[in-house]
Design a protein around this ligand. Sequence first.
Ligand code: SAH
Ligand code: SF4
Length: 354
Amino acid sequence: MTDLYRVLPEEMDDLVIKLGQPKYRSEQLLRALYHESPRKMSDLHQIPGAMRDSLIAAGYTIGSEDEVHRVVSEDGHTTKLLLKFDEQTLIETVLMQYGPSQDKTHPRSTVCVSTQVGCPMGCVFCATGQMGFEKNLKAEEIISQVLHFARILRQRGEHVTNLVFMGMGEPLANYDEMVRAVRLLTHPRAFGLGQRSITISTVGVISGIDRLADEDLQVKLAISLHAPNDELRKRLVPTAGPHSVEDLISAAKRYFKKTGRRVTFEYALIDGINDSTKVAAELAQVLKGNGAHVNLIPMNPTAGGFNRPARKKVLAFQQILRNGDVNCTVRVEKGAEISAACGQLRTDMVENIR
Ligand code: SAH
Ligand code: SF4
């Protein structure tokens, strides 16, 4: 069985020809899939019944997700969904909306997608890392998260404007399916999102960073650094082993050189662990002079017993980086009260609502 939501436009062209259909059917099929987002074959009304039958006979299908649970933040700007593809595939995905304008629509609606069920990287402060690794998602399962929100937004006259690969899992550890999803989501004949509206966040899979730099994609890259030296970083990211901080910074430089796009370093600030003025100065030293941008993410509560530093400490850390000529912003957090913020996504404790 092949899901139609994983078929690239060029592959769709070949497919309709193989099925003995006129070429324009490919366009029709793509338009139906990405503008109306049917959830099953029988909803593909735009396509003649005979063609639907031949698609089914050739082993094509439209798999769909079930929305098992929905939580909306008090201000209505953040929505977390629990989606189920099959018994083994239960993931969380989040919509973050920013600044409603005069007409009450949101100029920016960002979907935070998951790429894996659980995560093999085991970061000690991350709820997903702590649930362990279960499986990689397929491209169609990544796309379904975006289409699910697109359907919800369409009813309100809004649409998905941005995408961040910052949900459950490590996107570069599921490289091929992640890139296939990006191609479909950005292809003008498929979902058509701007490549520059997409950010891929990685804990630092260096081979993946180098591969991504060689793709003809204009996506933004963020590397989760969390520490200026290897000793501290290995305490936080136990699987960092073979990749040193220096290796990561070199990989970021190569990415910039190849693509012309600067990498952002994410830094989860954890009280008493990696937030001292000494560590800030060391980080400034390490990053100085390469035009780096640091995005500080004050720790979101998870079960690990790590805490968020006081606001004063966050600002002091930021100031030291800025004084060292390192560009630094503090992430505006959304969704913490519904456990939908960075690092709070896990699905192994949801039996009660399945
Ligand atoms: N695996 C990828 C992408 C998903 S995590 C990565 O690690 O980059 C997205 C971001 O959330 C990462 O920067 C990660 O370090 C951060 N994060 C994880 N747990 C967090 C927590 N409890 N509080 C704040 N940020 C967290
Ligand atoms: Fe995986 Fe990213 Fe969480 Fe680390 S922070 S465990 S890489 S999802």
